[in-house]
Design a protein around this ligand. Structure first.
Ligand SMILES: [Zn+2]
Length: 334
């Protein structure tokens, strides 16, 4: 039961108001949706330290990558690898973190789940359990004050700021019992940056190898590190951040279903985000293995899930019920 430490102290540390320096406080998770006057909870010092460390690590990595790009330059292989590697990460986040772990839209063997989750962490996005926990909460409280990344609570916050917010860092793993009980997922929760760190080694070596074999390409080890290793890893973070903001933006896309939130289907965003941009479909029926429900709704993540099924690695893909398909508006509302 060691994992109970992850059940956070949100309800326990109700602010007393004592002390010379007022503590930083945040509303308890769930409180904003259920109570008119939510209790504030104190942000523990360890969470503030974690936030500082995350911001320092994130910022210094970005500064290093930009400096490296200036120092080692850029080339066509670097940019092609960035695009392919970035999009592969977007698919991994959508297939594994979103549809498999958060929504359980299909089933895999336990070893396969761990292997997929570990591979997906080559593109950091916090831990798989944290991802599933915050996302299940998002669907329950979409576009309310309690939603961690509703653009109604601020666009920048919805895009990236929420990742560093104390409420996000303190998020309790209450609704992820299916994942909490697995030691290998706990391990991945603890060492969530390890796959990304390890991935930098082959990226650097591959950059060096391409430069050696094809000197005219302009490729080198440094470019492999920054373009294929670091910048590549940002793609899913940026993609998911864009969905958080733009797939709830009234001036973009359409709505096929009436939902209790502002979710929208944005075609070009769906292409960029491997199917995630069919956000209104997904918010209407989130259990399905597919997000593109109708012909012409490009959903490469579902194609990958189908391939996993053909390889015998995935089964019990949850389909969109006929009545849900039939319930879509004949003409989407703008
Ligand atoms: Zn979802």
């Amino acid at each position: 039961m060691a994992y109970d430490r992850r059940q956070s102290t949100l309800e326990l540390r109700v602010v007393s108001g004592q002390g010379s320096v007022p503590p930083e406080t945040v509303p308890a998770i769930g409180a904003l949706s259920t109570q008119a006057a939510p209790p504030a909870v104190e942000v523990p010092a360890r969470v503030l330290r974690k936030r500082r460390l995350m911001l320092l690590g994130f910022g210094s990595t970005l500064v290093f990558a930009v400096a490296g790009a200036v120092l080692w330059g850029v080339s066509w292989p670097a940019l092609i690898g960035l695009a392919l590697g970035g999009y592969a990460g977007m698919i991994a986040h959508e297939v594994v973190l979103h549809r498999l772990l958060a929504h359980r839209a299909f089933r895999v063997a336990r070893a396969t789940r761990f292997a997929l989750a570990a591979l997906t962490m080559m593109w950091p996005g916090r831990s798989p359990i944290w991802w599933a926990a915050t996302h299940r909460h998002h669907h329950k409280h979409a576009d309310t004050a309690d939603d961690l990344h509703s653009p109604g609570n601020g666009r920048w916050r919805a895009f990236a700021g929420w990742l560093f917010a104390p409420r996000s860092l303190m998020f309790p793993y209450r609704e992820t019992g299916d994942l909490n009980r697995l030691p290998e997922m706990q391990w991945l929760d603890r060492f969530q940056l390890l796959p990304f760190a390890l991935s930098l080694i082959p990226c650097t070596l591959a950059g060096w190898a391409v430069g050696e074999m094809w000197p005219g390409s302009g490729m080198n080890a440094g470019q492999g590190l920054v373009w294929w290793g670091i910048f590549r890893a940002f793609y899913p973070l940026v993609g998911m951040g864009l969905v958080n903001v733009l797939a709830h933006e009234p001036s973009l896309g359409t709505r096929a279903y009436e939902t209790n939130d502002t979710s929208r289907n944005v075609r070009w965003l769906a292409w960029l985000t491997a199917g995630t941009g069919w956000h209104n479909n997904h918010h209407h029926y989130g259990h399905a293995a597919r997000a593109g429900f109708r012909p012409g709704e490009f959903d490469p993540s579902f194609r990958v899930i189908e391939q996993l099924e053909k390889m015998g690695l995935a089964w019990d893909l949850r389909e969109v019920p006929e009545d849900v398909l039939a319930g879509a508006r004949a003409v989407d509302t703008p």
